[in-house]
Each structure stands twice: as structure tokens, then as C-alpha cells.
Design a protein around this ligand. Sequence first.
Ligand SMILES: [Zn+2]
Length: 655
Amino acid sequence: MIRRDFLRRILYGGTALAATGRVLEPHIEGAALAHPPFNLPGTDPPSARSLPTRTAIPFRLEDVRILDSDLLRMRDQTLNYLLALDSERLLHNFRVNAKLPSPAEPLYNRESPTNGWRGHYVGHFLSACSQMYASTGDVRIKTKADAMVAELAKCQAQLGDKGYLSAFPESGFDDLEQGRPAAVLWYALHKIMAGLLEVNERMQNPQALQVLEGMASWTDWRTGRLPEEQMQRALQIEFGGMNEVLASLSAATGNSRYLVVAKRFDHHAVMDPAAQGRDTLTTLHANTQIPKFIGAAREFELTGEPYYRDSAQFFWQQVALHRSYVTGGNSINEHFRTPPDALASELTDLTQETCNTYNMLKLTRQLFTWQAGPQYADYYERAFLNHILATPNPADGSPLYYLGLQPGQWKVHFVPHEGYFCCCGTGLENFSKLSEGFYFHNEQSLWVNLFFASEVRWREKSVVIRQETRFPEEPGTRLIIQTKSPNHFTLNLRIPYWAENASVTVNGKRFQPNEKLTSSSYAKVDRTWKNGDHVEVKLPMRLHLETIPDDPTLAAIMYGPLVLAGELGNENLDPKRIYSDDKFLHGGFPAIAVPELAGDDRNALDKWIQPVSAKDRPLTFRTVGRGHVEEVTLSPFYRLFGQRYCVYWRFRTAV
Ligand SMILES: [Zn+2]
């Protein structure tokens, strides 16, 4: 049930968070930090170690400072949310399971005491706290996560000496292994283990590693007893990225035993065909599969076995390029229901589970590091901008589950502090590690992949690069180099797939004056940089159509990297339906007639889609003389909230 007091607040001003959280000022260097953000020693965290398979590694969250005000708002809403969550309630199911006293009121839905997912949100909470601490240095978040780990350690000790820790009785694993109906036990454990790994690495908390190693030992014992066939059968139930977290733990500790255990979670029914270049994904549950391939990518980095590389790359290619919508999101009612490149028949209110895109971005970041391929950066920008940033309610940051693509759909957010679904957990992490895909580097080169106002500290080179831009309102960016002494390196500037006639100038002089910078590539500026050098990148944006692969009369309208959505107003839309405490409360109101567009000239879009001149409506357009019934206002999908929208338009003639 949606709480009445909450609805009153959202309908008549104020939000639940306004009552419980404090809005923080944007982060100021050196102020109230546990550590200054830019002076940590070392390079990669240990769990990121790998064979020399990588061309570029991401900068740590500590080394990237976000300056973009929209992103800062999203991050700080999540920070306040993490601070407002009640740790006693989060711990309740763990304590009950360990037969420890817990007077706390249980949480709801997927964290309720009988739910088959319970415990998973606590893992996301730990991951998000760790990322948020790395991003902001806010000591309150570290204190809260450290306390949570200490309480989980007590539960673990109470549950025996094998290292088991969960919000479920261990007998659930008997059911799972015997093929009886069972909860998603490994899925929940994966989230908790991933959270502990991050707490150890990002917050330097050795107790988290101790608890995690206990869980990994128990996992070794539990899975080592099973014949392979029986283990493979158990993997038919969603198990998150158990192979990934165990492989990363192996890298973190140097203990190869954990890699042996990780491989027991290689799900051959799905990974083998992918390694052979066969797409067998149709009908499968989508988000169950993605983490298996994130794990495969990690296993490749640690073993060098081509099987893992091939399966991860093929899976990415199929999902990102043949099973995703224009937004970069995928899935229909959580599944890959249709064959590759067949998307038109299933534009429903239940498309695009948000967890899937969270996981696809994780996989994409990882694959980018191998060869720094621009196709990965292009997909990352598409999905980050048009799905992830399209989710949090601007009023309170509350996440959503499905991003429906049914024409006339609207965004339905969770009631704050009442949603504990998977997308609420990943919805925390999306905004605690916002800068993860912005910049990458190796010894000699730095890659600029996303264009947001921000600053990156390259510790090994003693260089700071500041990116000044109002992107996407401004079609380009400026980079200013700060270095104490002249410094030689290559700056790889992304030229996106959507940019034609891009140009780069260095200190006012045209870079590569005789060559055209091609779309979906990098401009590689190799020079000795001096303090104050500045680079101007111009990325002209234009309107373009993206037709859905299997219907030439159905297309989305884009402007540069932005998916534009039609603003369809609030007809028959009860404001209460902007919020939900379940993932299935999208429907129940009559559909509306969505205008068709009469335009059929792909090359003259700017003739019939024209900018709205109002200063307070940047990146907003209106059709002129082409709406079949009425004209339509178009604005960036990621900024459109609280009303009905349309992303894919029916054109009266094929485009
Ligand atoms: Zn989800």
C-alpha cells in the first residue's frame, strides 16, 4: 500500500526525504574529509589486478571530482538516502537468522522476513556506501558501513565456524542443490560479498575482508561437495556474479583457491554457446545472464583463457548492439523475449529493467579496458545518459524499476524508504559511482570518454585535467591542463558516433588540420603538455532518427547523444501513479492516443523539428507541420518526469 502521509507530501509539496535527510552542499576540496580526495598512494585496488590484458584502466572514484550540478544533485540525494536508511532494520533478517535479538521493524517487499531475496539490499548498501565514501570522503558514511560490517560479523560468528553468513537458513541450500523450489540464495550472497569486498578496498576495513573470506571458504566447502552436473543444475537459479566476486577476491588476496571456486560458477549452458559465437539468449531472463559474463570477463583477466574473453565479448555485442533499445536499455518483462534485432513488437510498460543497464555498464567498462574500443564508450554514453540518468526522480532521487517504452507511458518511481527491489539496490550504486566511466588511463595515455564538468587527478603524472562544459547543452568541452612541470603524454579525446565535423584545437591551433576526425574514434593528441595548456573540443550535434531494427516505420528522434521524448502531458494520469511501492503498478489507466508523425525525410529533420526558443527550455524542440493530428514538443528523455511520453514514433511512411 502507498502510505497516505507520503502521498500527501508528494502531492502537496515536500518529499519524504526532505523530512529525513539533509541536503549537503556540493563537495568542497579538503572540507570535512576523512582523507583529501586526491592524495592516496598506490594505483589500482588489489581486486582490480589482472594479467596484462588491459590497455586502459578507469581512474579511481577518489581521483575524479564531479562539477556538473545535475550529477551532484543526484549523488547527494543518494548520499542522504544512505545516511537516512535505518541500519537496525537492514540487519533485522540477518539477526533473526542468527538467532540474535532484533527488536527492529522488518523492511518491506524484497527485504521482508519471508522474501526469497532478503539480504541482497544490504550488500548493495555496503557497495554504495563504499563508492560514496570514495566519491565524497564523507566520514559519516564510512562510520555507518563499518558498524554494519561489525554487526554482520557477529551474525556470522553466531552461525557457526564455517563462515556462513546470510539472511537465510543454510537449509535453503539443500533445497537448491536437490532441485526443490528455492530462493535466489547465491544472488543475495553475491551482493553481500561484493559489498564486503568494496568496504575492504575503498574504506580500508580489514574486518570486511575477514568476513568475506569466511563466506568464500564456506562457499568452497558447500560447492566443492557437489558433482559438476549437480552444481550446473543449481546454477539454473539466478546467482548474480558469484564467479566475478570470487575471481576479484582471488586477485585481492593472491589466493588462487578462490579462482578455483569462482570457476564452479561458470554456467556452461549459457557461456559455452556465447564462447562459440551463438546467441541462445531468446526467452532467457535477462538480468540473470549479464553478471555471468561480467564474471567471465574477470576470469579472462586472471587466467588469460580465450573462452572467457570470447564469451564476454560476444554476449556484450549481442545485448548492446542487437537486443537494446535506442536508450541502451534492454529486456521485456525482465526477459530477452524476442530474437536479436526484433524489438518493435514489444514496446510495453515493462521494458528496460534498470538493473540490466547497471550491469551492462559494468561489463562495458570492463571490456573497454582491454582495447579501449570506441564502440564501448559509445554504448556507455548512450545507456548512461538515456537510461541511468533518466531514472532518479528529481524531487527526491527515488529510483525506478522498468523504464517503459509503451507510447504514452510515464516514469513510475518507488516510494522512498518503501522499495527494496533489485533496482532499488542497483539504484543506490548508480549514483554513488557516477564518475566511473568518465576517464581512463595507462602509463602514457589518458582517455576522455564522457563530457561532464569534472576534474581528474592523474597521480602518476602529477597532472590535473579540468573539464569545463555545460554538455549536453553545449556541444563540446574544454580541457585545461594543470602540471607543475612539462609532461609528455597522449590525450585520447573521444569523437562520438553522433558527432560529424568534430574539431579539436590545442591552445587555439587546429589539431590535425588536414584530416577529418571520424565519428566513433579518438583524436589522439600526443605532445609535451605545459601548465595552462587548453584543448577545445567541438562536437556539433544534429537531429537524427534511429529506426527500430525490425520496423522501418518506427523510429526514435535523437539530438546528438540525447534520445528526445515527446511530452504528452497528464491526460488520464493520476499523480499518485508517479509513485509505487511495487514494481508492477504502471498500468490501470486508459491508454491515450499518441500522435503519429507524417515526416518521412530523414535528411531534412531540422526543417520540421525546430528548437523551442524559450531560454529556460534548452534542448527542446517542436514539430512543425508534420504531426499527423497535432504537433509535439520534444525534450531530452532523461529530463522528462511526471508526465506521459513517447520515445518511438510511428511514421506514416517508412523512414
Ligand atoms: Zn532490478
